[in-house]
Design a protein around this ligand. Structure first.
Ligand SMILES: [Zn+2]
Length: 426
């Protein structure tokens, strides 16, 4: 499949100068993008999209997401106001994820994939949790993301919080998914909810499958405190000793409360860090500081939303009072997910295309694009999204599924989920 983008503006001219014309996206391999010079060119096996002078940029990717939390928006309040991060988990998220069933998981994944597509996000690294419906959960999410046309790298956040049978079911589901040949990670919730047996088994499974571990690291001081209390070491030291850091493609989400020695361990390893600014702000757990963590830092949303332009802006603004990142540094973190994907043999989101209705009041070129992105661009400007030569968003509307029908289905599932929370089924 290929798509012809007419009246397109791109910043890939000499020295990043804006160039206007017609682009062909796709072709046999799906990933190539080229300028078409002759007006006689036509696409016989694809379609023509008019960009109306819109700016064509590489699509975005999300380094840490939780599709399972998509039906939480506006949900009933917890039985009491959580005091601190551990209670936010116990009273909000662990009550919600325990009552998810396959239909709710499907609705959550569909609406997340739609939100991603509409925001120009075509690759998602997800961290799933549904302790009451483990079996088949990764297949359900895969089918939903594939239906919408958003690429994914999944895992289940395994832990010991729900006992051995849920833990073992999660390991079995992960192993079966990996054995089916699909790319995935071995997920863990966080050091403080993972015992030594599970940690060993997760590392062994990841090693056997040639993949990495994806977990939350020092999101709140409680992770350090409980890890020290139970295991006598700090979080990153524990992960280092268990072999987590050296696995290919390991992802450490958050990394807020690390000392200098832990930062050195992370920087000296091949592991990747994900910054989730708005989630950290919402939970009041601390501020991300990139100093000493190396250059493998991606951006994520931690399930709060699916808009990576917004996540980049939040990282840039919040960072000014901490490590003062430049617009170029933030764009580097936003694009790091493409380096991650390429390194894992996956197609980078950057091979896909987004057309933005962006007609700036000041000159734009490759050099000042990072500042334009952070100060002027919003996901509301996404007009078209093309993934592997397939049109996923056309004129601001998802082209692959009936959005209104999916939203109606999701609201039904949200009602069922909230009713269970109100009844206190957990
Ligand atoms: Zn998370």
């Amino acid at each position: 499949m290929s798509v012809l983008l007419t009246n397109a503006v791109s910043l890939d001219g000499p020295a990043g100068v804006a160039r206007r014309g017609t682009l062909r996206a796709g072709g046999p391999g799906g990933g190539s993008v080229e300028w078409i010079d002759g007006a006689e060119e036509s696409v016989r096996d694809g379609e023509v999209l008019d960009c109306h002078g819109g700016l064509v940029v590489p699509a975005f990717g999300c380094g840490h997401h939780h599709a399972y939390s998509a039906l939480a928006r506006g949900m009933p309040a917890p039985p009491r106001v959580p005091r601190g991060f551990a209670e936010i988990l116990e009273l909000v998220w662990w009550r919600l994820d325990r009552v998810l069933d396959p239909a709710m998981i499907e609705a959550s994944a569909l609406v997340t994939a739609i939100a991603c597509a509409r925001a120009g996000v075509t690759f998602v690294i997800d961290h799933h949790s549904s302790p009451g419906a483990v079996r088949g959960s990764l297949e359900t999410i895969t089918a939903a993301f594939d239906r919408v046309g958003v690429r994914h790298l999944l895992c289940i956040e395994l832990s010991d919080r729900d006992g051995e049978s849920v833990r073992d079911a999660g390991l079995a589901e992960t192993a079966a998914y990996l054995e089916s040949g699909r790319p995935a990670l071995v997920g863990l919730h966080a050091s403080f909810t993972v015992g030594d047996t599970l940690l060993e088994r997760a590392v062994a499974l990841a090693r056997r499958s040639g993949t990495g571990v994806h977990l939350h690291v020092a999101e709140d001081p409680v992770d350090q405190e409980r890890t020290l209390e139970r295991h006598g070491v700090r979080v990153v030291e524990r992960l280092h000793r268990a072999g987590v850091l050296d696995l290919p493609g390991t992802i450490l989400a958050h990394c807020l409360h690390l000392n200098d020695a832990e930062r050195r361990l992370v920087a000296d390893s091949p592991a990747w860090v994900v910054q989730n600014t708005e989630s950290n702000q919402a939970n009041a757990v601390g501020r991300f500081d990139a100093r000493g963590l190396g250059d493998r830092i991606m951006l994520g949303t931690d399930g709060m939303h699916s808009d990576m332009i917004r996540a980049a802006r939040a990282a840039y603004l919040a960072g000014q009072a901490v490590d003062a990142p430049s617009p170029e540094a933030i764009l580097g973190r936003l694009r790091a997910v493409d380096r991650y994907a390429a390194g894992r043999g996956l197609r980078p989101a950057g091979d896909d295309l987004v057309v933005l209705d962006y007609d700036p009041p000041t000159p734009v070129d490759g050099g000042n694009w990072p500042a334009h992105l952070l100060y002027g661009v919003t996901s509301c400007q996404v007009r078209h999204v093309v993934v592997s030569g397939r049109v996923v968003v056309r004129d601001g509307v998802v082209a692959t599924v009936d959005e209104a029908a999916v939203m109606a289905f999701a609201r039904e599932q949200a009602e069922r989920l909230w009713e269970r929370l109100r009844r206190g089924d957990v």
